[in-house]
Structure formats: structure tokens, C-alpha cells
Design a protein around this ligand. Structure first.
Ligand SMILES: [Zn+2]
Length: 311
């Protein structure tokens, strides 16, 4: 059973002699400390995720050696063709003081990755060092998904317990058990916008962006800027919707204001623009504005011409 999960990208780490031995065990040619860049990645953890699944702590322990030697590729947003980071070490980090949704002590699988420093990886390394937010999409195979309440193998039979509900205070979720294999993974650049990625990445530790911002002044400034941008975006969309409704009425499609408003409320910016063009075209056929405009333009041009003689 193949599992794909997303997690946070990591931070730069210093290369120790011990690291170098592990790296050289994987690399084709002998590398020196200054030739490699290393950073850590949060591969996966035992938190119950959006799909109401979690890796059992033991599964994380089993996955650790399976990830060693696996490559992580960077998505197209990093404009990095053929660039990859390789995991040379992985270990489970225990943070028992922090509890998961299921009430267990938190633990996570930390991967240590390296990249060879070259001209083509220079920019990418600078971005990682600059702390550009990113997610890691991790793929692995586990033997079974088990009901946290009764232990039934959910791939074989439904047990009647519903994921997300509580039974005697115990959260029901699917526990992923028995690591079979780990696959290559990918780094996904997260745009600096309030996209799901940012929230999810931060969501592992913080409940929401506001809580995160309260503790980190840098994040607070970013959040403020994003909120301002979001406000502008909402104003633009509201105006665009109103314009589409107006043109829709002029186009005489037999739709009333209420229906049109209801329709536009559900549409994205692209869809609204397409509708604006379509309705605009129809409206113009019914109420031609062009001749007047042309006349208007001509009139100004004429007066401009006249002005040449006004000395
Ligand atoms: Zn069950």
C-alpha cells in the first residue's frame, strides 16, 4: 500500500566528519566538506493528518533506514533540471512534551540531505539557506492501515468505526504500520501567498497563522502584508463580479440579478474574466456602444487638430 505525504522542508546544517563519511558512502566520487551542502528535512511524523492517518512511531523507526540513499528532486518552480538532494542519514526525533491530536508524544523522522555545490546548484542552495518555505512530498509503502480503536486492518474489512470520531474519548484514525519501502521524494516550493501549503507546513506546530505570527515578528509583518494583499484581491473580485452581473443583465440571457449574483459568487477570477468577455460581447451586440465611442474619439481628434490653429 503506497502512501504519499507532505511535510516541511528543512534547514541548513553544518557538515561534520561523520556526515562526510556517510555522504561518501553514497557518492560516486570522494567529496570534501566544502564541496557539499547539507540540510535537514522533516520527512514525516506521527501526527494525525488531514486524511486522518498517521505513521505509528515504530513505522517511522522502520522507515529511517529505508530513506537513506533516496533522492529528493526539486519541482519545476525551482527551475532546477536534474538537481537532486540525497538523504544520507535519517533518525526519529522524539518530542514527548508535545502531544499529537491522538494524545501521544510527538515524534518525527528527520532526514539529512546533501547536495554537491556546483554552479548549477548555487542558486538553489541560496534559496534553501534563505529559508524559502517548502514542502516535501514523501512516498513510501506500508503493509497496512489499522483502525486505532479496534486494531482491524482497514484494507481487509471495514470495522464500523469512523475516522475522525471519538470513542470513549479516543480519536479514531488509521495507523500506518509495517514499513515496506521508501521512494524518491520531491521538494515543492510554496509560493509566498496564503496558500494551503504554508498553513499546512506551519500547522504541524501552530494551530494557525495568527498564533505563529504572534510569536514571530517576521511572520507578523508577512501576515500583515498578505492580509493587505488579500483585502485588495477581494475588492477586485467583488468589482469583477458586479461587472459580470451588470453585463449579464445587458446581454439579455434571461437571467435575473439574483441568479447572476449567485452564479458569479462561485466562480474563480479566470472564469469571471471569461464570462465578462462572453457577456460583454453579447451586451455590445444588443447595445452597440462602438459608433458613439468612435465618434467621441474622432471629435477629440478634430478638436486636437483645431488646436493647432489656435495661436
Ligand atoms: Zn475499528
Amino acid at each position: 500500500m503506497k502512501i504519499v505525504k507532505e511535510s516541511q522542508g528543512g534547514q541548513g546544517t553544518a557538515v561534520t566528519g561523520e556526515d562526510l563519511v556517510l555522504i561518501n558512502a553514497l557518492s560516486r566520487k570522494e567529496l570534501k566538506a566544502e564541496e557539499v551542502y547539507t540540510f535537514s528535512v522533516r520527512l514525516c511524523d506521527n501526527e494525525v493528518d488531514r486524511d486522518l492517518e498517521r505513521f505509528a512511531p515504530r513505522t517511522l523507526e522502520e522507515l529511517a533506514p529505508l530513506f537513506v540513499g533516496k533522492s529528493g528532486i526539486f519541482d519545476h518552480q525551482w527551475s532546477a533540471r536534474g538537481q537532486a538532494a540525497r538523504i544520507y542519514k535519517a533518525e526519529v526525533i522524539q518530542e514527548p512534551e508535545k502531544l499529537t491530536r491522538a494524545g501521544d508524544g510527538y515524534c518525527w523522522l528527520k532526514g539529512y540531505a546533501y547536495m554537491v555545490r556546483t554552479d548549477s546548484t548555487k542558486d538553489l542552495i541560496a534559496e534553501i539557506e534563505g529559508g524559502i518555505k517548502k514542502e516535501v512530498s514523501v512516498g513510501c509503502a506500508v503493509e497496512r492501515a489499522v483502525c486505532s480503536i479496534c486494531g482491524a486492518d482497514l484494507n481487509r474489512a471495514a470495522c464500523g468505526h469512523k475516522k475522525g470520531e471519538r470513542y470513549d474519548g479516543q480519536l479514531c484514525y488509521a495507523s500506518l504500520e509495517g514499513a515496506d519501502d521508501a521512494y524518491e521524494f520531491s521538494f515543492v516550493a510554496v509560493p509566498a501567498q496564503p496558500a494551503a501549503g504554508v498553513v499546512k507546513g506551519a500547522g504541524r506546530v501552530y494551530a494557525d497563522l495568527k498564533t505563529l505570527a504572534a510569536e514571530h515578528p517576521g511572520c507578523a509583518r508577512e501576515l500583515e502584508k498578505l492580509e493587505e494583499e488579500a483585502r485588495l484581491g477581494r475588492t477586485y473580485l467583488t468589482e469583477l463580479r458586479q461587472e459580470v452581473v451588470r453585463l449579464g443583465l445587458l446581454a439579455g440571457m434571461g437571467l435575473d440579478c439574483e441568479t447572476l449574483t449567485g452564479m458569479t459568487d462561485k466562480l474563480s477570477r479566470e472564469e469571471l474574466l471569461a464570462m465578462k468577455r462572453a457577456y460583454g460581447g453579447r451586451a455590445e451586440e444588443r447595445y452597440p456602444l462602438k459608433p458613439q465611442l468612435e465618434y467621441g474619439e474622432k471629435a477629440t481628434l478634430d478638436s486636437e487638430k483645431d488646436r493647432a490653429f489656435l495661436i
